[in-house]
Design a protein around this ligand. Sequence first.
Ligand code: GLU
Length: 417
Amino acid sequence: MGDQTNPFESLREQIDDAAAHLDADEGVLTRLKNPERVLETNLTFELDDGSLETVRAYRSQFNGDRGPYKGGIRYHPGVTRDEVKALSGWMAYKCAVVDIPYGGGKGGIAIDPSDYSESELERLTRSFAAELRPLIGEDRDIPAPDVNTGQREMNWIKDTYETLENTTAPGVITGKALDSGGSEGRVEATGRSVALSAREAFDWLDRDIAGATVAVQGYGNAGSVAAALIDDLGGDVVAVSDSSGGVHNPDGFDPRAVKAHKNETGSVVGYDGAASVTNDELLTLDVDLLVPAALENAVDETLARDVSADVIVEAANGPLTPDADDVLAERDVTVVPDILANAGGVTVSYFEWVQNRQRFGWTEERVNEELERVIVDAFDRLVESHEANDVKNLRTAAYVVAISRIVNAYDQAGNWP
Ligand code: GLU
């Protein structure tokens, strides 16, 4: 844990790996390795005691060849310019892999939100929304939740934007609460695509997910929902963790009960009937399926040598370093890459945006059915690309698909004098 690999360098390496299998123009590839623009801003907001605080915030618009920039906003002390650039690139490739009509963007504020009260977070969020106003819009750039942000922050951003623009434009942001124009199924969507990807991967390997043992690192929205849905598929969740530590019971436990314990106490640690494990121990447990669902660089080259799982499904963005990826490919560990596995979030964001534009809501059943179709189709396309291109792993197969789609859109747009 704590590997210092620069995520932006990881992204560029992933693009280079795929480019070796593509007949793409060098100049176009350079374009696809850099964000189109990055906003870096200092936000000053008032604390409850009347004093002022200034914090650093970013929005990177990576690529808009296939549609409006799309991607979340995270609140985390580790947010940097390069991290946001990488995350925005991963969004562009993610949207292309699942073939939804968006480009990629990402934003972040370098804070620990637990240091602030709700009213302080509201003033800060509204100040960021006002700063973003000229850049975002239903057809320009559409933010969403990410690490440590959720419906509450999205509702504030929507309200700030609509108030300043003197209009209603719910599609300016996704991941809103249902009564503020959100979609059924959006909260569970990231975890749902992780579970679907795991099911498809086991199927591809001629194995059954029912009875498979599972460890989940990170127990926020993505990790906890993935664990519950994998449990519904018959998987046996034996270990989970969060930033405070983890719990392990080789006989398995009810992932929903662990979530209830976390909601009550703030952490999975101390859950009854399970032994403690560290995050690093959890990542190397002898399980069939490992789901890293926390932050970037959770598994580096050294740790990758000790990973015992046969299958890794990435719920987080960028949880494996490129060196770890190479070790795992050599060791024949199947990795379902983040840009497919966690794409459920942005896919249902797309459904939310469609519903907002049409002013017509879908049932949860329809959302989940359409999501399943998108993820299963994208997985099949990845497997085809893997077989046709003789690539080292499913990640490179995914980038081959995604880069081709973006390059085609760029080429078809023609020349601008
Ligand atoms: N933050 C999520 C992601 O990394 C969702 C983005 C979105 O819904 O636009 O994919």
